[in-house]
Design a protein. Structure first.
Length: 327
Protein backbone atom coordinates (compact mmCIF):
# COMPACT_ATOMS: atom_id res chain seq x y z
CA UNK A 1 0.00 0.00 0.00
CA UNK A 2 1.26 3.43 -0.88
CA UNK A 3 1.37 6.12 1.81
CA UNK A 4 1.39 9.91 1.49
CA UNK A 5 2.72 12.13 4.22
CA UNK A 6 2.79 15.90 4.75
CA UNK A 7 5.80 16.79 6.90
CA UNK A 8 5.96 20.42 7.92
CA UNK A 9 9.48 20.52 9.35
CA UNK A 10 12.41 20.13 6.98
CA UNK A 11 10.37 21.02 3.89
CA UNK A 12 9.56 24.33 2.33
CA UNK A 13 5.96 25.48 2.59
CA UNK A 14 5.25 24.78 -1.08
CA UNK A 15 6.92 21.34 -1.06
CA UNK A 16 4.62 18.37 -0.48
CA UNK A 17 5.91 14.79 -0.91
CA UNK A 18 4.29 13.13 -3.93
CA UNK A 19 1.78 10.32 -3.59
CA UNK A 20 1.35 7.25 -5.72
CA UNK A 21 -0.99 6.85 -8.66
CA UNK A 22 -3.05 4.32 -6.74
CA UNK A 23 -3.79 6.75 -3.90
CA UNK A 24 -4.50 9.56 -6.34
CA UNK A 25 -6.99 7.41 -8.25
CA UNK A 26 -8.69 6.39 -5.01
CA UNK A 27 -9.07 10.06 -3.96
CA UNK A 28 -10.61 10.96 -7.33
CA UNK A 29 -12.90 7.96 -7.08
CA UNK A 30 -14.24 8.99 -3.67
CA UNK A 31 -14.66 12.55 -4.92
CA UNK A 32 -16.73 11.26 -7.85
CA UNK A 33 -19.00 9.50 -5.34
CA UNK A 34 -19.78 12.89 -3.76
CA UNK A 35 -17.68 12.36 -0.63
CA UNK A 36 -16.41 15.45 1.15
CA UNK A 37 -12.82 15.94 2.30
CA UNK A 38 -13.34 14.42 5.75
CA UNK A 39 -15.22 11.46 4.33
CA UNK A 40 -12.36 10.81 1.88
CA UNK A 41 -9.84 10.87 4.73
CA UNK A 42 -12.03 8.48 6.70
CA UNK A 43 -12.28 5.93 3.87
CA UNK A 44 -8.57 6.11 3.18
CA UNK A 45 -7.79 5.49 6.85
CA UNK A 46 -9.95 2.35 6.74
CA UNK A 47 -7.75 1.17 3.88
CA UNK A 48 -4.58 1.95 5.88
CA UNK A 49 -3.75 4.88 3.60
CA UNK A 50 -2.51 7.82 5.65
CA UNK A 51 -2.73 11.20 3.94
CA UNK A 52 -3.37 14.66 5.26
CA UNK A 53 -6.17 17.02 4.38
CA UNK A 54 -3.80 19.27 2.46
CA UNK A 55 -2.75 16.40 0.20
CA UNK A 56 -6.35 15.54 -0.67
CA UNK A 57 -7.16 19.14 -1.48
CA UNK A 58 -4.02 19.40 -3.65
CA UNK A 59 -5.00 16.31 -5.67
CA UNK A 60 -8.52 17.60 -6.31
CA UNK A 61 -7.33 21.10 -7.16
CA UNK A 62 -4.67 19.79 -9.56
CA UNK A 63 -7.22 17.59 -11.34
CA UNK A 64 -9.64 20.48 -11.82
CA UNK A 65 -7.00 22.97 -12.95
CA UNK A 66 -5.66 20.47 -15.49
CA UNK A 67 -9.10 20.29 -17.07
CA UNK A 68 -9.58 16.63 -16.19
CA UNK A 69 -12.86 15.14 -15.09
CA UNK A 70 -12.41 13.41 -11.73
CA UNK A 71 -15.70 11.57 -12.07
CA UNK A 72 -14.67 9.86 -15.30
CA UNK A 73 -11.19 8.98 -13.96
CA UNK A 74 -12.69 7.53 -10.80
CA UNK A 75 -15.19 5.43 -12.68
CA UNK A 76 -12.43 4.13 -14.92
CA UNK A 77 -10.33 3.16 -11.90
CA UNK A 78 -13.17 1.35 -10.17
CA UNK A 79 -16.80 1.23 -11.20
CA UNK A 80 -19.09 1.72 -8.26
CA UNK A 81 -22.66 2.93 -8.13
CA UNK A 82 -23.37 5.86 -5.84
CA UNK A 83 -26.46 4.08 -4.54
CA UNK A 84 -24.28 1.36 -2.99
CA UNK A 85 -23.15 3.91 -0.40
CA UNK A 86 -26.67 3.84 1.03
CA UNK A 87 -26.16 0.42 2.53
CA UNK A 88 -28.63 -1.20 4.98
CA UNK A 89 -26.15 -0.69 7.83
CA UNK A 90 -25.87 3.05 7.15
CA UNK A 91 -29.64 3.39 6.78
CA UNK A 92 -30.17 1.53 10.07
CA UNK A 93 -27.81 3.85 11.94
CA UNK A 94 -29.38 7.00 10.51
CA UNK A 95 -32.85 5.65 11.29
CA UNK A 96 -31.84 5.14 14.93
CA UNK A 97 -30.30 8.62 15.18
CA UNK A 98 -33.24 10.43 13.56
CA UNK A 99 -35.67 8.67 15.91
CA UNK A 100 -34.09 10.44 18.89
CA UNK A 101 -35.66 13.50 20.45
CA UNK A 102 -32.37 15.37 20.04
CA UNK A 103 -30.84 13.91 16.85
CA UNK A 104 -27.32 14.83 15.70
CA UNK A 105 -26.83 17.10 12.71
CA UNK A 106 -26.62 15.57 9.24
CA UNK A 107 -23.00 16.67 8.87
CA UNK A 108 -22.08 14.78 12.05
CA UNK A 109 -24.03 11.67 10.94
CA UNK A 110 -22.18 11.79 7.61
CA UNK A 111 -18.85 11.88 9.40
CA UNK A 112 -19.73 8.92 11.65
CA UNK A 113 -21.00 6.76 8.78
CA UNK A 114 -18.33 7.75 6.25
CA UNK A 115 -20.78 9.06 3.65
CA UNK A 116 -21.45 12.55 2.37
CA UNK A 117 -23.99 14.95 3.84
CA UNK A 118 -26.17 14.89 0.66
CA UNK A 119 -26.26 11.08 0.98
CA UNK A 120 -27.55 11.40 4.54
CA UNK A 121 -30.20 13.84 3.32
CA UNK A 122 -31.32 11.41 0.59
CA UNK A 123 -31.51 8.56 3.10
CA UNK A 124 -33.69 10.66 5.41
CA UNK A 125 -36.01 11.85 2.64
CA UNK A 126 -36.17 8.81 0.34
CA UNK A 127 -35.31 5.68 2.33
CA UNK A 128 -36.79 6.71 5.68
CA UNK A 129 -39.51 9.01 4.27
CA UNK A 130 -38.83 11.59 6.98
CA UNK A 131 -38.57 15.36 6.90
CA UNK A 132 -36.45 17.69 9.02
CA UNK A 133 -38.55 20.21 10.96
CA UNK A 134 -37.62 23.00 13.34
CA UNK A 135 -38.62 22.61 16.98
CA UNK A 136 -40.83 25.26 18.55
CA UNK A 137 -38.98 27.15 21.27
CA UNK A 138 -40.23 27.77 24.79
CA UNK A 139 -38.78 29.93 27.57
CA UNK A 140 -36.92 28.29 30.42
CA UNK A 141 -39.07 28.28 33.55
CA UNK A 142 -37.94 27.87 37.13
CA UNK A 143 -39.77 25.60 39.57
CA UNK A 144 -41.40 28.65 41.15
CA UNK A 145 -42.64 29.86 37.78
CA UNK A 146 -44.04 26.43 36.93
CA UNK A 147 -45.92 26.33 40.23
CA UNK A 148 -47.17 29.88 39.60
CA UNK A 149 -48.53 28.96 36.17
CA UNK A 150 -50.47 26.03 37.58
CA UNK A 151 -52.34 28.46 39.81
CA UNK A 152 -52.75 31.40 37.38
CA UNK A 153 -53.18 29.72 33.98
CA UNK A 154 -56.88 28.88 34.16
CA UNK A 155 -58.05 32.23 35.64
CA UNK A 156 -55.94 34.11 33.09
CA UNK A 157 -57.40 32.05 30.23
CA UNK A 158 -60.92 32.95 31.37
CA UNK A 159 -59.88 36.61 31.64
CA UNK A 160 -58.72 36.94 28.01
CA UNK A 161 -61.19 34.54 26.33
CA UNK A 162 -64.76 35.00 25.20
CA UNK A 163 -63.97 37.81 22.76
CA UNK A 164 -62.24 39.95 25.39
CA UNK A 165 -58.83 39.46 23.73
CA UNK A 166 -59.71 42.12 21.12
CA UNK A 167 -60.03 44.73 23.87
CA UNK A 168 -56.61 44.20 25.49
CA UNK A 169 -54.14 47.06 25.19
CA UNK A 170 -50.56 45.92 25.85
CA UNK A 171 -47.86 48.54 26.39
CA UNK A 172 -44.19 48.60 27.25
CA UNK A 173 -41.17 50.92 27.37
CA UNK A 174 -37.83 50.36 25.66
CA UNK A 175 -34.62 52.19 24.84
CA UNK A 176 -33.87 53.18 21.26
CA UNK A 177 -30.51 54.34 19.93
CA UNK A 178 -30.17 57.75 18.29
CA UNK A 179 -26.53 57.96 17.16
CA UNK A 180 -26.10 54.51 15.66
CA UNK A 181 -28.46 54.12 12.73
CA UNK A 182 -28.13 53.26 9.04
CA UNK A 183 -27.43 49.64 9.90
CA UNK A 184 -24.96 47.83 7.66
CA UNK A 185 -25.00 44.25 6.41
CA UNK A 186 -22.14 42.16 7.89
CA UNK A 187 -21.33 40.38 4.58
CA UNK A 188 -20.28 41.33 1.04
CA UNK A 189 -19.69 39.53 -2.27
CA UNK A 190 -16.50 39.42 -4.30
CA UNK A 191 -15.41 37.84 -7.57
CA UNK A 192 -13.50 34.56 -7.48
CA UNK A 193 -10.45 36.09 -9.14
CA UNK A 194 -7.37 36.43 -6.98
CA UNK A 195 -7.08 40.18 -7.53
CA UNK A 196 -10.65 40.70 -6.36
CA UNK A 197 -10.23 38.56 -3.24
CA UNK A 198 -7.03 40.34 -2.21
CA UNK A 199 -8.46 43.83 -2.34
CA UNK A 200 -9.34 45.62 0.89
CA UNK A 201 -12.84 44.54 2.00
CA UNK A 202 -15.50 47.08 3.02
CA UNK A 203 -15.66 47.64 6.77
CA UNK A 204 -18.85 47.55 8.81
CA UNK A 205 -18.93 50.10 11.60
CA UNK A 206 -19.60 48.59 15.00
CA UNK A 207 -21.95 50.17 17.52
CA UNK A 208 -20.40 52.60 19.99
CA UNK A 209 -20.08 51.29 23.49
CA UNK A 210 -22.01 54.17 25.02
CA UNK A 211 -24.40 55.45 22.37
CA UNK A 212 -27.04 58.11 22.89
CA UNK A 213 -30.42 56.60 23.72
CA UNK A 214 -33.92 57.74 24.51
CA UNK A 215 -36.74 55.96 26.31
CA UNK A 216 -40.10 55.58 24.60
CA UNK A 217 -43.41 53.88 25.36
CA UNK A 218 -45.78 52.32 22.86
CA UNK A 219 -48.58 49.81 22.69
CA UNK A 220 -50.91 48.07 20.29
CA UNK A 221 -54.28 46.37 20.33
CA UNK A 222 -56.44 44.20 18.15
CA UNK A 223 -57.56 47.32 16.29
CA UNK A 224 -54.27 49.13 15.80
CA UNK A 225 -51.24 50.79 17.35
CA UNK A 226 -50.94 53.65 19.77
CA UNK A 227 -48.63 56.60 19.29
CA UNK A 228 -45.00 56.73 20.41
CA UNK A 229 -44.51 58.59 23.66
CA UNK A 230 -41.00 59.66 24.63
CA UNK A 231 -39.84 60.14 28.18
CA UNK A 232 -37.77 63.31 28.78
CA UNK A 233 -34.02 62.62 29.09
CA UNK A 234 -32.47 62.19 32.53
CA UNK A 235 -35.86 61.50 34.07
CA UNK A 236 -36.45 58.86 36.73
CA UNK A 237 -39.35 56.61 35.73
CA UNK A 238 -41.58 57.07 38.75
CA UNK A 239 -45.31 56.49 38.92
CA UNK A 240 -45.96 60.22 38.36
CA UNK A 241 -43.80 60.29 35.23
CA UNK A 242 -45.37 57.07 33.93
CA UNK A 243 -48.89 58.43 34.42
CA UNK A 244 -48.13 61.86 32.92
CA UNK A 245 -46.16 60.83 29.82
CA UNK A 246 -47.58 57.38 29.06
CA UNK A 247 -50.85 56.36 30.69
CA UNK A 248 -52.76 59.63 30.44
CA UNK A 249 -52.15 60.36 26.72
CA UNK A 250 -52.46 56.71 25.72
CA UNK A 251 -55.73 56.04 27.55
CA UNK A 252 -57.37 59.41 26.89
CA UNK A 253 -56.33 59.86 23.25
CA UNK A 254 -55.40 56.53 21.63
CA UNK A 255 -58.06 54.32 23.21
CA UNK A 256 -61.02 56.56 22.19
CA UNK A 257 -59.51 56.87 18.71
CA UNK A 258 -59.23 53.10 18.30
CA UNK A 259 -62.41 51.92 20.06
CA UNK A 260 -64.83 54.84 20.04
CA UNK A 261 -67.91 54.00 22.09
CA UNK A 262 -66.37 50.71 23.20
CA UNK A 263 -63.44 52.42 24.95
CA UNK A 264 -64.79 51.37 28.35
CA UNK A 265 -64.24 47.69 27.43
CA UNK A 266 -60.48 48.09 27.00
CA UNK A 267 -58.29 46.11 29.43
CA UNK A 268 -54.78 47.42 30.04
CA UNK A 269 -51.80 45.08 30.26
CA UNK A 270 -48.41 46.15 31.66
CA UNK A 271 -45.36 44.25 32.87
CA UNK A 272 -44.23 44.17 36.49
CA UNK A 273 -42.01 47.28 36.44
CA UNK A 274 -42.06 49.19 39.71
CA UNK A 275 -43.75 52.25 38.18
CA UNK A 276 -46.46 49.99 36.70
CA UNK A 277 -47.50 48.07 39.80
CA UNK A 278 -47.10 50.69 42.51
CA UNK A 279 -50.24 51.72 44.47
CA UNK A 280 -50.24 55.24 42.96
CA UNK A 281 -50.58 53.84 39.42
CA UNK A 282 -53.37 51.45 40.41
CA UNK A 283 -55.16 54.26 42.27
CA UNK A 284 -55.05 56.53 39.18
CA UNK A 285 -56.45 53.76 36.97
CA UNK A 286 -59.24 52.99 39.45
CA UNK A 287 -60.17 56.65 39.83
CA UNK A 288 -60.55 57.02 36.05
CA UNK A 289 -62.45 53.74 35.62
CA UNK A 290 -59.87 51.90 33.51
CA UNK A 291 -59.66 48.12 33.63
CA UNK A 292 -56.26 46.44 33.94
CA UNK A 293 -54.55 43.09 34.50
CA UNK A 294 -52.85 43.02 37.88
CA UNK A 295 -49.43 41.60 38.66
CA UNK A 296 -50.98 38.60 40.42
CA UNK A 297 -53.05 37.72 37.32
CA UNK A 298 -50.23 37.90 34.77
CA UNK A 299 -48.18 34.95 33.45
CA UNK A 300 -44.57 36.07 33.53
CA UNK A 301 -42.01 35.02 30.90
CA UNK A 302 -44.69 34.28 28.31
CA UNK A 303 -43.72 35.20 24.71
CA UNK A 304 -47.16 34.34 23.36
CA UNK A 305 -48.92 36.88 25.59
CA UNK A 306 -46.18 39.56 25.72
CA UNK A 307 -46.06 40.83 22.13
CA UNK A 308 -44.31 44.12 22.93
CA UNK A 309 -41.44 42.40 24.75
CA UNK A 310 -40.93 39.60 22.24
CA UNK A 311 -41.91 41.30 18.97
CA UNK A 312 -42.96 44.94 18.93
CA UNK A 313 -39.90 46.57 20.46
CA UNK A 314 -37.46 44.46 18.46
CA UNK A 315 -39.31 45.11 15.19
CA UNK A 316 -39.26 48.86 15.79
CA UNK A 317 -35.53 48.85 16.56
CA UNK A 318 -34.79 46.94 13.34
CA UNK A 319 -36.83 49.44 11.33
CA UNK A 320 -35.18 52.51 12.88
CA UNK A 321 -31.70 51.03 12.50
CA UNK A 322 -31.95 51.29 8.71
CA UNK A 323 -32.42 55.06 8.72
CA UNK A 324 -31.00 58.15 10.39
CA UNK A 325 -32.65 60.09 13.18
CA UNK A 326 -33.88 63.50 11.99
CA UNK A 327 -33.99 65.00 15.48
Amino acid sequence: MVFGFAVRSGLRQNMVPPIGLEVRSRILQLDALKHNIFSILYHLSLENVIVCERTVRRVLKTAREAGTKPQQNARAAKKRKASSVRSPEVIKKIKRWTAQEDPPKQRYMARLTGVSQPTVSRIVNEDLDRVCLKKPTAPKLTDAQVAQRKVRAKPFSLLVSGGREQYILTLDEAWISLDFTSGQCPIYYAEKTKSERTRAPPVATSAPRFCQKTLYAAGFTWRGQTGLYFIPPNTTISSEVFIKYVLEPMLTKDVPRLYGKEASKVILHMDSASSHVCPATYAWLDSHGFKYITKLQWLINSPGVSPMDFFGNGRLKIATKKGSAAS
